[in-house]
Each structure stands twice: as C-alpha cells, then as structure tokens.
Design a protein around this ligand. Structure first.
Ligand SMILES: Nc1nc2c(ncn2[C@@H]2O[C@H](COP(=O)(O)OP(=O)(O)OP(=O)(O)O)[C@@H](O)[C@H]2O)c(=O)[nH]1
Ligand SMILES: [Zn+2]
Length: 188
C-alpha cells in the first residue's frame, strides 16, 4: 500500500473540510489514518484465489452432513460511500466431501474478504467461492445480516434497518429442503 499517498489524502481531506492539518490534535492523524487503511483494506489487492491458498488447511473427517458456523461478527466498508457496515453476522454452511476445513479458517476467510471496498452481496459470494475452493465441495451457503451506516447514520437515516443476504451454491441452490435446514440451523 502507498502510505505516502494515504497520509497526503488525509491531509487534503482535513484541509478540504476547512480544518488545519497543522494544529496539534491533527498532527499525527495522517499517520494514524494510513495505519487504519492498511489494516482495514489489507485484502484489496489480494485475490480470492490467494485467500483460498492462505487458508487452505483441511482435515480428514468421517462422513458427516451439514457443518454450520454461526454468527461470525465482521465489519466492512461499503464501496459507494466508504461508510461502515457494522453489527454484521455471517453464518456459513457446507456439505463436506471427505475433508473438513478448520473452523477458525472460516472466520478468517470472512474477515479477509471484509477488508476490501465491498457490498454485502459480494461479501457473501466471495466467502462462498473461497469456501468452495478450499473444501472441494460445491455445496456452500452463506447468510449475512448487517447494518449499513450509509443508511442508518447518513442519507435516509433509518437506524435499526438491517439487511440480510443469502449466497448459496450446489445442493443448497437445487434442494429447497436443504436450504430450509441451513436457515433453520442458522437460527434466523
Ligand atoms: N446492494 C447494496 N447496496 C448498497 C450496499 N451498501 C450501500 N449500498 C447502497 O448504494 C447506493 C448508492 O446509491 P447512490 O444513489 O449512488 O448514492 P447516494 O445518492 O448517496 O444514495 P443515498 O444513500 O440514497 O443518499 C445506496 O442506495 C446505498 O444504500 C450494499 O452492500 N449492497
Ligand atoms: Zn454506502
């Protein structure tokens, strides 16, 4: 990431809104802003294939049906306003095909794809597609429930409004009973 540009951008924003980047309280703000951007947008230039390789660790497992990891808390930034998406809970389900992924890796994948300019729908499809690559299973379902500050704190200002999105593939798309079972286990 280009830290110099990030620091310059922060200075320009401070000036543009009419404050003084030279006053004491703001002196270190460009550096802090660059730190924050590096942290929160770490995966902007890292592809889904690379994320899949980073978290590609699976274990042999006896035959099992659905695995569901529920309520993984994430946050992200909408690509339209760079506003915060917050109080987001991600639930991921899949049908293992002989090997299972370490549970923490599912949360790591959800966390990684959130560190980009995003829309909620794409967070879901990114997680689904990476899960397919890592587990070798086509049967993956992702449910996300979240709040968008661009809708709750600015613009139309409707606090409490939540958005739910579902991204499914394979058997979860074809088999309505399986999809219902996932939503039941997801507890929504
Ligand atoms: N589908 C989708 N839309 C999103 C997401 N995050 C933000 N948006 C929407 O992106 C849209 C951008 O609309 P524009 O009309 O270009 O921007 P705007 O004039 O600031 O819109 P308002 O929010 O209505 O004031 C808004 O309707 C946002 O609510 C998301 O994750 N998914
Ligand atoms: Zn927005």
């Amino acid at each position: 990431m280009d830290r110099k540009k990030l620091e310059e951008a922060a200075r320009l924003i401070i000036e543009a809104v009419g404050d003084d980047p030279g006053r004491e309280g703001l002196l270190e703000t460009p550096k802090r802003f660059a730190d924050m951007m590096e942290e929160q947008f770490k995966y902007c230039s890292i592809s889904n294939d690379e994320i899949a390789r980073e978290f590609d660790k699976t274990f042999e497992s006896p035959e099992s049906d659905m695995v569901v990891v529920k309520d993984i808390e994430i946050f992200s930034h909408c690509e339209h306003h760079i506003a915060l998406m917050y109080n987001m809970k991600v639930t991921v389900g899949y049908m293992p095909k002989g090997r299972v992924i370490g549970l923490s890796k599912i949360a790591r994948i959800a966390d990684a794809v959130s560190r980009r300019f995003q829309i909620q729908e794409r967070i879901g499809t990114d997680i689904r597609d990476i899960m397919k690559k890592v587990t070798g299973s086509d049967d993956v379902a992702v449910l996300i429930d979240g709040e968008h500050s661009c809708m709750t704190a600015r613009g139309i200002k409707k606090p409490g409004t939540r958005t739910r999105t579902v991204s499914v593939s394979g058997a979860f798309k074809k088999d309505i009973e399986l999809r219902k079972e996932f939503l039941m286990l997801a507890g929504k």
